[in-house]
Design a protein around this ligand. Sequence first.
Ligand code: PEP
Length: 256
Amino acid sequence: MTRTPLISGNWKMNLNHFEAIQTVQKLHYVIPKGAMDDVEVSIHPPFTDIRSIQTLIESEDLDFSLGAQHCHFEDTGAFTGEVSPAFLAKLNTRYVICGHSERREVFGETDEMVNAKVKAILKYEMTPIMCCGETLQEREAGETESKVLGQIEAGLAGVSNEQIASLVIAYEPIWAIGTGKTATADDAQTVCAAIRAKVRSMAGDETAESVRIQYGGSVKGGNAPELMSQPDIDGALVGGASLDPDEFASIIQFGR
Ligand code: PEP
C-alpha cells in the first residue's frame, strides 16, 4: 500500500490576508517543478485569510490543498465566534485540523469534542487531521502510548472503518511543538507504529494501511528527510517553519 505523504502548514494566528497571499505565491515560486509529484501539500491559514487563499489557489490553479485550523461541530447556531464546518466546505476546504494540542490545552477541547468535530468534518466530505500527543510529564512518566492511544480511541469512536481509512492522524508530542525540540526519528516512528497498530485493532488491516499518520513538532528542512523516511510516518504537520516559504519548500522536497 502506497500512502501519498501529506505535508501541512499550520500557520496558527500568523499572517493577515495580504501576507498570506504573498506567502503562498512565494511558496509556489520556490518549489522546483516536479517536487510535488509524489507529495500533497495543504495550507492552513487563519479564518480571515481562507477566502483569499481559496481564490488564489483556484484562479492560478496552484497545486496546494486548502486547509483550516479548527471548526465547530454544529452546522449553525448560537456559538459566537465559532466557524461551521458547512461554511468551510463551501470554500472548498479540503483538510481541517482538529484536536490540536493548543486547542485542547488553551481552549479546553475534550476528546468528546474532538470526536464530534471529526464526524462533522467528515459529514461535509472534508478530511480531518486529528491531532494527538503527550506532554513532557506524561512522556517522562512512561505514559506516552496510553495517552496517545486513548486519544485515538476516543477521537475515532463511532467513525466507520471506511471513514477512518480516509483520514489523517497527526502525532504531535506537545513538548516538541514550537520549542525547537524534535522527537528522534526512532521515537516518532515507535509512536506512529503504535497508532497504526491501534487503528488495526479498531478497524482492521486495510484501514490501518490506508490511514495517513503525520509527525509534527519542530519539523524543519534539516530533520524532515530522516523523519519522513520512517515506515509509519506519512508526512508532517508543520507550524513555525511553514511561515517561511524557503524552509517550507525544503520540507516539501524531503528526500530529494
Ligand atoms: C504545529 O503547529 O502543529 C507544530 C507542530 O508547530 P511547530 O512545527 O512550530 O513545532
